[in-house]
Design a protein around this ligand. Structure first.
Ligand SMILES: [Mg+2]
Length: 127
């Protein structure tokens, strides 16, 4: 059974405002490895959709932060992760039964060692 990763956007993903430490290439790699991936953000659904479209990434789900719990009902996964940069992320992750991963290099690599952040494209503005 796959694992599932929910990404906050702002302060978490490279494409966020402000940009976070998680490169968009990591999301692609996670998909290639069979993870179920999607976003869970305060941004309206159509804005989240546009961000993924701009990076040519077809995610499995896009939800508002308060609806993270719905994701567990929609997808059968071994583990459910939500990565985010705020206490609000932590709150909704806990409420939905997800493991919260702070959007920090060390915390990410500890939780998901098979998705190291240094696999980001060398031209990433964060490297
Ligand atoms: Mg955020």
């Amino acid at each position: 059974m796959p694992d599932l990763i929910s990404f906050d956007i702002d302060g978490t993903l490279e494409a966020g405002d402000p940009p976070g430490v998680i490169g968009m290439s990591i999301v692609r790699t996670a998909q290639e490895l069979g993870y179920i991936v999607g976003s869970c953000s305060d941004r309206p659904i159509n804005t989240q959709t546009r961000i993924w479209d701009e990076h040519s990434i077809a995610v499995d789900f896009i939800v508002l932060k308060q609806n993270l719990g719905d994701v567990m009902g929609r997808f059968k996964a071994e583990k459910y992760f939500h990565v985010g940069d705020s206490e609000v992320d932590k709150f909704f992750a806990n409420q939905a039964g997800f493991q919260f991963i702070p959007a920090e290099v060390e915390a990410w690599e500890l939780a998901l060692p098979n998705l190291p952040l240094e696999r980001q494209a060398p031209n990433s503005h964060l490297s």
